[in-house]
Every structure is written in C-alpha cells, then in structure tokens.
Design a binder for this molecule. Structure first.
Ligand SMILES: *Cc1c(COP(=O)(O)O)cnc(C)c1O
Length: 370
C-alpha cells in the first residue's frame, strides 16, 4: 500500500518552524499586542521590501484588502469594474461590496488569466477600474493590461492573493498597478495561522487612507474621519508571518522544482500541462492540468490516495449569486472550458520526488489502454 499524498500538507510546513512560531505567539500574548501592534508593523515593513514596494498595510483578510482597494480608487454605486470570471469569488466580492458591477471578459487559454485583447471592447463610460488576477501564481500579461488601462486612464488593481513574489520580466509583481492585494489564508504560498491579508502600494496617500479605513475610519483614536471598517490584522498573525516570510524564497524555489518535475514527467501523457510565459516567473501556487475526462481522472486519483482539487469548477458569471448580472452559459467559452477541464495536483515545497513520481504513476495508470 502507498501512503496517501494529501492535496495540501500544512503540518509538513509547520513542523520545522513550530518552536519559533510558538515562541512568537507566546511573545505576542505576553505583550498583549493582539490587534495590529509591533509585530504587524514589522511585518508590513518586511513584506513591502519583499514586494519592492514603499507601503504595505496589513489586513485581516485578502478580501478586506480588495474591498478597501475599491474604496481608494473611488469605485462606487453604478460603476463598472472589469475582471475575470475564472478566479476565486472574492475578486468580485470587492466590486460588489461597493455596489459596483463586475464586468467580465474571457481568459487567455494558455495562462488562465484575463485576456488583455478583450478588455477594450468591455470598456464603457461607467468603467472605473480593471482587476485582473495573477492566477495560480502566474503573473497576468501586465504590459498588455497596462497599455489598455493607460489608454483609457483606468487604474489597475492586481489581485496577487495567489502570487506572493511572482515576477514579470524580472521584476516582482505588486507595484505595476495602483494597488496590489495579498492573502495570507493558510493555504496560500505565505500563510498565517488563521486569516490575513495585505494591501501594497507606492502611493503614500492610498496607504494612509487604507490604514484609516481598516481601523474604523480613524487615525486618531475615537475621531472618525469617514465610515470605516474593523479590518485589522491580529498581532499573532503578524508575528507568525514574520517568522515565515524569510522562508518564502526557499518555499517558492521548492514549488518551482515540483512544477518542473511534473512538467518533465507528464510530458508524454494526454494531459494539457500548465505553461509559463517567457516573461513570467510563476510562484506555482497551483499546478493545474487540463483534460476533457477531468471528473473521471479526479475520481481515479482520489481512489488511489492522491489528493486533488478544482480551481474553479464554476465560473463567476454562472454563479447563483451573480444571476442578476444577466450572463449566460456560452458568454465566456474559454473560462467555461477551463472550469470543466481543470484539475489541481498536489504542489508544495515539501513534496518529495518519490511523491511526485507516485502522482505521475497514478495519472499514467489512468491513461493506460484497457
Ligand atoms: C484567497 C484569494 C482571495 C481572498 O483572500 P482571503 O484572504 O481568503 O480573503 C482573493 N482572491 C484570490 C484570487 C484568492 O485566491
């Protein structure tokens, strides 16, 4: 019998850091710095440097950071925001939270990211911003998106929740657009021991206002300049993220090793494999293969003890919550096909070569002629 290969193995990442993390949490509790506090402030500095950005504002979740990004850009009721239908739903929540309307355009077949060639046709006088996603850790076509954005004077928010440290033409993503948003949900490339998020920007005024909005719209306690939110990061999460951040480059290298190995070993299977654009350095949040018999392959993997997942099984324009937007099946054929065919294989820095070979063997077994 083979050992099970989990889709995600958080204990494997925590084990070697456990003493350090326990000490960091204990210190935070000793100091009673529960909400924001010195560890969060230090993490903000370190994460800004990691992204090559001037400012980082820590949040309780990536979703909150995206919501505040919309407010910073002045997106409001009746406005339209162009985004992708093939992403985690929170990308669109930010748009909906400010009573604006998500306007979807289809994705690019090769990278699963928003296709910049389709943006211009979707722009109307009500368009206020563009929110593409660096999906699966692979940067979207920044030059392509920024060219259209600049032509129409539209700000770009990078949803970088899956792409901490990814590079576009050699430069770390996070400061190409007006604002970038990150998530530190436990399963992300950099994960907290709970929820976490961040907003990164080079714009000092955006950073100042983001700090105010995350803390009840105030910069001086009990004086509220505008209606705000309680979107603060917990002190404990700042402390844990501070322990983990120095390991992120090695973890990213580990993910890149796993991706290279899968691509090598799966080359001669009927699977459509993920690619990396020549201008991209992906951080491989996910390794997503495609096949028309995806559901059967998923069952086969699970029956043989290999975890896998779907990112994502139903595009946003066909979700019940967005029925009122009036989209129909067939509106975004590339995204709809991706949703039917995509399958995420286990990928994490701790995955051993033997485990990779086992995943590949189970896949090859599926395609073996009967
Ligand atoms: C995880 C994720 C989010 C939301 O982040 P949370 O921290 O879970 O709120 C938003 N967008 C994308 C693309 C994500 O993967």
């Amino acid at each position: 019998m083979h050992d099970k290969i989990p889709y995600l193995d958080l204990p494997a990442q925590l084990r070697p850091l456990r003493k350090e993390i326990d000490a960091a949490i204990a210190r935070t509790i000793d100091h009673c710095s529960f909400c924001l506090g010195p560890d969060v402030a230090q993490f903000e500095k370190d994460f800004a440097r990691y992204c090559g950005a001037e400012h980082c504002v820590a949040f309780n979740t990536g979703t909150s950071a995206l919501h505040v990004a919309m407010l910073l850009l002045g997106v409001g009721p009746g406005d339209e925001v162009i985004s992708t239908p093939h992403t985690f739903v929170a990308t669109s929540w930010a748009i909906s939270y400010v009573q604006a309307k998500p306007v979807y355009v289809d994705i690019d077949e090769a990278t699963f990211n928003l296709d910049p060639r389709l943006i211009e046709k979707a722009i109307t006088p009500r368009t206020k911003a563009i929110v593409p996603v660096h999906l699966y850790g692979h940067p979207f076509d920044l030059d392509g998106v920024l060219a259209v954005a600049q032509k129409h004077n539209l700000p770009v928010v990078e949803d970088a929740c899956q792409a901490h440290g990814a590079k576009y033409k050699g430069r770390t993503i996070g400061t190409f657009g007006a604002v970038s948003c990150y998530s530190f949900y436990p399963g992300k490339n950099l994960g907290a021991t709970g929820e976490g998020g961040a907003l990164v920007t080079n714009n000092a005024e955006f950073a100042r206002r983001a700090r105010s909005l995350r803390e009840h719209g105030s910069s001086v306690r009990y004086y509220h300049d505008e209606v705000g939110f309680n979107y603060r990061m917990e002190g404990i999460q700042g402390a844990v993220l501070g322990v983990k951040l120095p390991h992120l480059p090695a973890w990213t290298a580990g993910r890149q090793r796993v991706a290279r190995r899968y691509t090598e070993l799966l080359q001669d299977t009927p699977l459509q494999l993920p690619t990396q654009a020549e201008w991209a350095e992906s951080v491989w949040h996910l390794y997503v293969v495609r096949h028309p018999r995806r559901d059967a392959l998923k069952k086969h993997l699970e029956a043989n003890g290999v975890g896998c997942a779907l990112h994502y099984p139903l595009p946003l324009h066909l979700q019940k919550c967005y029925a009122s937007l009036g989209y129909q099946a067939g509106d975004f054929p590339v995204a709809e096909k991706a949703a039917r065919e995509c399958l995420s294989l286990p990928i994490y820095p701790e995955l051993t070569d033997a485990q990779i070979q086992r995943v590949v063997a189970v896949i090859k077994d599926f395609f073996k002629p009967a």
